[in-house]
Design a binder for this molecule. Structure first.
Ligand code: NAD
Length: 297
């Protein structure tokens, strides 16, 4: 069993850290919001009041943070003061750093390079599966980094995930996550359009979705979200704000790979509209509200 520092105990990190505790690891958690730390302590972990306290004795450091700037501040430090240092300052050489956050591939590559310069072994390991996947411990994990570090991280991936693949060097996991997010965003947009069409036509949309879910259009999103979408329940889950960030990563990735992804562009604009309408803190299934707005409903 390992001593693990877990930084970022939100919707995803909270349950993931809980699984690691349950599996017998010594988990010390840190989050700027005390609620996540309190939950981890209640689940049998230890709370830390700073990054230094969390990572000082750790063999494995895990981060699960919202966006690039949070990862950069936690890894590189927020300033020059003694209390402002990041993981790079406090982690012991040889530590395995697993970043589960969804961020830009270039940021992951930069974190990995800086980590290596400090003697750390670094993997980018963004996940898919949503809050339910985190709670059930069945996430899909897209990993970028060195093969021997991937092998070393497998016992952790087996606890929080079900499917995990090494997809290339540092940053590669983030490209696969970008590909994942454009499929997820596009699926939500089309499920929303299907619901709006059926309701406007006066058919039984619930029965319609049920029969659709039994055919070729079946999907995990239909399985998990059809009832909450039909009931207009949009508490997150996965916030529109975060999906907006991910579509920015996907469109930038498309540009750097010099490919044209027209559907991705359209989905990115729908999500931008949802954010502009003030739905940023709702679940991404709230794309339904945008399709309703567009349809005058
Ligand atoms: P969240 O906002 O619920 O959790 C992030 C946590 O990080 C919060 O508790 C926040 O207080 C903490 N935090 C922020 N800055 C910090 C700092 N400097 N130091 C310590 N803690 C800090 O977000 P989430 O939904 O758990 O998402 C985390 C990551 O996982 C994101 O990159 C997201 O895109 C990705 N993701 C989310 C889902 C989902 O369904 N929610 C699914 C797959 C991937």
């Amino acid at each position: 069993m390992s001593r693990i520092a877990f930084i970022g105990l939100g919707i995803m990190g909270g349950p993931m850290a809980g699984h690691l505790v349950k599996a017998g690891h010594e988990v010390t958690g840190y989050d700027v919001a005390p609620a996540g730390v309190d939950k981890l302590v209640a689940a049998g972990g230890t709370g830390a009041a700073s990054i230094a306290e969390a990572v000082g004795e750790a063999e494995i450091v895990i981060t699960m943070l919202p966006q690039d700037e949070h990862v950069e501040s936690v890894i590189f430090g927020a300033g020059d003061g003694e209390a402002d240092g990041g993981v790079l300052r406090y982690a012991k050489p040889g530590v395995l750093l697993i970043d589960f956050s969804t961020i830009k591939p270039e940021t992951s590559a930069r974190v990995a390079e800086a980590g290596r310069a400090h003697g750390l072994r670094v993997l980018d390991a963004p996940v898919s599966g949503g809050e339910k996947g985190a709670v059930d411990g069945v996430l899909s994990i897209m990993v970028g980094g060195a093969a021997e570090d991937f092998e070393a991280a497998k016992p952790i991936f087996e606890i929080v995930g079900k499917t995990f693949e090494l997809v290339g060097g540092s940053g590669a996991g983030q490209y696969v996550k970008a590909a994942n997010q454009l499929i997820v965003g596009g699926t939500y947009a089309l499920v929303a359009e299907a619901i709006v069409l059926m309701e406007a036509a006066g058919v039984d949309a619930k029965a319609g979705i049920d029969v659709i879910a039994g055919g070729l259009a079946a999907s995990r999103i239909l399985d998990i979200k059809r009832d909450s979408m039909l009931a207009r329940q949009f508490q997150p889950g996965f916030r529109i704000d975060l999906h907006h960030k991910d579509m920015g990563i996907a469109t930038a990735a498309a540009r750097s790979a010099e490919v044209s992804l027209p559907m991705t562009g359209m989905v990115a604009q729908l999500i931008a509209a949802a954010r502009a309408k003030g739905y940023g803190s709702l679940d991404h299934s709230a794309l339904l509200k945008i399709v309703e707005d567009l349809s005058g409903r």
